[in-house]
Design a protein around this ligand. Structure first.
Ligand code: DLL
Length: 434
């Protein structure tokens, strides 16, 4: 028997959903036109008036929004509300140090928390349960997103945040959490640390895990479920739209129900931008129809996925998206942190080196390891090993401060990296996730 947090929406008829979506889209478009000069200009350019949008079926008349638009309007240029209505600000990585800034009103935070609460309840979390949150707290939306979700549905939060795996395990044992929320790779790190410490997961009351923020496979799901002796559920989200809880898995574990009453999804061909039918893979696009502060229209997520309107055995009618298969841009996700190769290049150039580099990404003991190989100049090459190591450390520290994730740096001999006639292959991702 399924548990729902908001059955009136989660199991609503298609007609009812369409009505809600249409009303909210009309309101969103008016809000954008009146309060966001960027959108007014875009609409004017294509001769579109808010009155042209009468129902959700008109959505394809609207222009797309991309991450660069957020960067160009850094930090608050796309916000549709005055400061007194603004309630929270979050941010995610940018390309050259500047982050993508997102804002929420109180209602926005409550609606986002609804999404996270739906996810927790769908995973079987109840009000009596303790939920251990090991997503990072801070500007990243993971920690606070799940935190507000737990508070919204009424369970008990342990805001553990990331790091110190031994302490995480001790808290899991001592407090007896029934649910854990973290990245899937961190779940495996915890499982392995438990094994090493001779702790049998069967002795813990842990029942479920809610894992997301990075791509993970069905094989990884099986491994986590076996090692931690739990059910592992997927949760999807992105800062620009809300954070965790944009979509969530139910007991069927075959894709994530999208909170389409707040975030209207479309799948488009990433090259032609034409809408694609149910079941076909393409780029996932969201319109924030239930958001006040940052109501993005047709935001291109760059995530490649597909959506299906088939009925689900859990009784939910909300459309389902498949696990994202990859991205249509070059963004990497390293231990849950978004990293663009252009950020790496920026650091190298800032330190006065030539941009002959290659990024290697591996998954070692279930954790992502990023190594940046950089060619030395002849003068550095003639240096002592000690000097070379010092330079490597200096670059690694600069990478850590700009990227927000630790990076190995390896200086290699001059002209030892491959040269390309066409596009340089800057990234070799050995993680084989799909
Ligand atoms: O990662 C929000 C989040 C936190 C989701 C905690 C789930 C759990 P960003 O840092 O803005 O936000 O990164 C968003 O991460 O466009 C996807 O490429 C990727 N991503 C998020 N969830 C999943 C998932 C958070 N379940 C980007 N599977 C997105 C695969 C995911 N990729």
């Amino acid at each position: 028997m399924s548990n729902y947090y908001q059955p009136e929406i989660e199991t609503a008829s298609r007609e009812c959903l369409k009505k809600v979506q249409s009303e909210r889209l009309v309101r969103t478009v008016a809000n954008c036109y009146e309060n966001v000069p960027f959108y007014r200009k875009k609409f004017d350019e294509i001769g579109l008036l808010p009155g042209d949008i009468k129902s959700i079926d008109d959505i394809t008349k609207l222009p797309f929004t991309v991450k660069q638009d957020l960067r160009d309007n850094y930090p608050f240029g796309l916000f549709a509300v005055d400061r007194e209505k603004l309630y929270r600000i979050h941010a995610s990585s940018g390309t050259t140090g500047k982050q993508t800034v997102v804002g929420y009103t109180k209602t926005d935070v409550e609606r986002w928390a609804d999404g996270a609460a739906r996810a927790l309840v769908a995973a079987g979390v109840t009000k009596e349960d303790i939920v251990h949150i090991s997503y990072g707290y801070g500007l990243f939306t993971g920690g606070l997103g799940l935190h507000y979700g737990v508070e919204q549905m009424g369970a008990i939060t342990v805001p553990a945040s990331t790091g110190n795996t031994k302490r995480q395990i001790m808290l899991l044992q001592d407090f007896g959490a029934a649910a854990i929320c973290c990245t899937p790779s961190y779940a495996l790190t915890i499982a392995e640390a438990m094994e090493e410490a001779g702790i049998d997961s069967k002795d813990l009351p842990l029942r479920v895990g809610i894992f997301g923020a990075e791509p993970w496979t069905e094989a990884m799901r099986k491994e986590i479920e076996k090692k931690l002796n739990i059910k592992a559920y997927d949760i999807y989200g992105l800062s620009e739209i809300a954070g965790p809880g944009v979509a969530y898995e139910c007991e069927e574990q075959s894709g994530m129900h999208i909170c389409e009453d707040y975030f209207y999804p479309e799948i488009v061909d990433p090259d032609t931008l034409e809408p694609l039918p149910d079941g076909e893979y393409g780029e996932l696009v969201f319109t924030c129809i239930g958001k006040e502060a940052l109501p993005l229209i047709r935001y291109r997520t760059r995530d490649i996925s597909c959506i299906t309107h088939e009925t689900c055995s859990c009784g939910r009618t909300l459309v389902k998206m498949k696990k994202p298969r990859g991205r249509s841009d070059d963004m990497l996700i390293i231990r849950g942190v978004n990293v663009f190769p252009s950020q790496v290049e920026h650091v190298i150039l800032t330190l006065g080196m030539d941009p002959n580099y290659q990024i290697l990404v591996d998954r070692i003991n279930n954790a992502d390891v990023m190594t940046v190989c950089i060619e030395m100049s002849e003068s550095v090459f003639s240096d002592s090993i000690r000097n070379i190591e010092a330079t490597e450390h200096k670059i690694a520290a600069a990478m850590q401060s700009v990227l927000g994730v630790s990076t190995k740096v390896k200086l290699v001999e001059p002209r030892s990296l491959p040269r390309y006639e066409g596009k340089a292959v800057r990234v070799i991702d050995n993680r084989k996730l799909s």
